[in-house]
Design a protein around this ligand. Structure first.
Ligand code: NZQ
Ligand code: ZN
Length: 383
């Protein structure tokens, strides 16, 4: 096992009615900014529950954070944070609202010229306002990690920021808030969580049997619960199991001491920049093709995954192939597409992703073998 630091300061309040208990975690003397997206929290009752829980607190609101949160909009929120002398940010919504809150939290305390200069930095501790969240879309794990992914259209960039100071102090997870999700977002969430596990598990073995089994447990749960939640959107237990799986997929626990990949995500972010595809949709296009391309390097783990998660038997080589096919079938059964052509997109229009990524950070993947040309091949093979 590799050396690691395990850091997790996020208190989780999980279950029906948990929004009402949020005030146990919030001192009364804070000035709180509620951050929200386009209005789903108004139509599903989460906003009213939030207001009731914050009764007696001093609050301001900032609405309109879009999916793939945009720098310009975040900067408007930063101006309001400063003007209103806000001390605490409460993100109410999906991963985009959470990520925006993290960027705003750091940008409000940033002392340099342009907070965008923080992007791409995945190490240092940055001064930031404290944040908390009420999560309404299980997918990103952003509710219990220190990562934020922000887009800047002006530069055609979607980049990540990561810092221990950006972990939410708390996350309220009430599965009932997810009953109102459109199928598209439910599916996106399941696929995103699945790929988060794949990025940390499908690499090569460094003797981490516990983390492997934790990862396999999440994958098996997602595979079992996905059909339930899609056929019965009001199934509380299935919603709860998906929600807790998504948090555990990217709260850093399964990533402790293991070799990680993240190439599918890096390529996927570029596809969102180029074609505006939802985050999870990009992953469903890239992952199967990337796993096939990397089969030689990932063989042991792919075979283990095939046997333990999909119940396959046979020689490693064949089990690995079948495991990738099963993964793609699972994605397709949830209703997500796995090829560019199904979106009417020509893979050629995406090849620039290879150059953009490798110019910024060199070859990617856990073996550092995904060059510009390799990324282009992975994309072409997903046509
Ligand atoms: O804006 P509103 O009106 O709230 O509607 C949202 C949005 O349109 C809607 N929605 C959310 N909860 C709902 C709901 N609609 C009905 N009922 C509910 N309960 O869903 C739409 C999508 O929301 P969004 O927050 O964009 O989705 P998601 O949670 O999938 O977040 C995606 C973003 O997170 C980033 C992605 O790149 C993308 O920008 N990621 C963040 C990560 C992290 N911080 O660790 C890791 C991920 O890999 C990912 O990169
Ligand atoms: Zn993701």
């Amino acid at each position: 096992m590799r050396n690691f630091t395990y850091y997790n300061p996020t208190t989780i309040l999980f279950g029906k009615g948990s929004i009402a208990e949020m005030n146990t975690l919030l001192p009364m003397d804070l000035k709180i900014m509620i951050l929200a997206g386009g209005g789903s929290i108004k139509s599903n009752g989460v906003y009213n529950q939030t207001r009731a829980a914050l009764s007696g607190y001093s609050t301001v609101e900032f609405w309109g954070i879009p999916p793939n949160p945009e720098y310009e909009i975040c900067m408007k929120a930063v101006a309001k944070v400063k003007e209103e002398k806000v001390d605490f940010l409460l993100a109410v919504g999906g991963g985009s609202v959470l990520d925006a809150a993290k960027f705003i939290a750091a940008a409000a305390r940033y002392e340099g010229v342009d907070p965008w200069d923080m992007m791409g930095d995945r190490s240092s501790i940055k001064p930031a306002l404290p944040i908390g969240s009420i999560l309404t879309l299980p997918a990103t794990g952003s509710e219990a990690n220190g990562n934020a992914v922000i887009s800047r259209k002006q530069f055609s960039q979607k980049l990540a920021l990561s810092s221990p100071s950006l972990w939410p102090q708390f996350a309220v997870l009430d599965p009932e808030t997810t009953f109102s999700l459109p199928d598209r977002q439910t599916i996106n969430g399941i696929v995103d969580a699945f790929v988060h596990v794949a990025e940390q598990y499908l690499t090569h073995d460094v003797n981490t049997p516990l983390q492997d089994r934790q990862a396999e447990g999440i994958l098996l749960t997602l595979i079992e619960e996905a059909p339930k939640v899609l056929s019965e959107p009001g199934n509380y237990d299935a919603r709860a199991n998906i929600m807790w799986s998504a948090t555990n997929a990217l709260n850093t626990l399964i990533g402790c001491g293991v070799v990680q990949d993240w190439a599918t995500h890096m390529i996927g972010h570029e596809l969102t920049v180029i074609h505006g595809l939802d985050h999870a949709r990009t992953l469903a296009i890239v992952l199967p093709s990337l796993l096939r391309f990397q089969k030689e390097h990932k063989l042991g783990k792919l075979a283990q995954y095939g046997r333990r998660v999909w119940g396959l038997n046979g020689p490693d080589d064949l089990v690995a192939d079948a495991a990738v096919n099963k993964t793609e079938e699972f994605f397709r059964e949830t209703g997500i597409k796995t090829k560019f052509s199904e979106y009417g997109i020509d893979a050629e229009s995406c090849l620039i992703a290879g150059e953009r990524i490798t110019t910024r950070m060199g070859p990617i993947g856990e073996r550092g073998n995904l060059t510009k040309e390799a990324i282009e091949t992975i994309l072409k093979n997903s046509q």
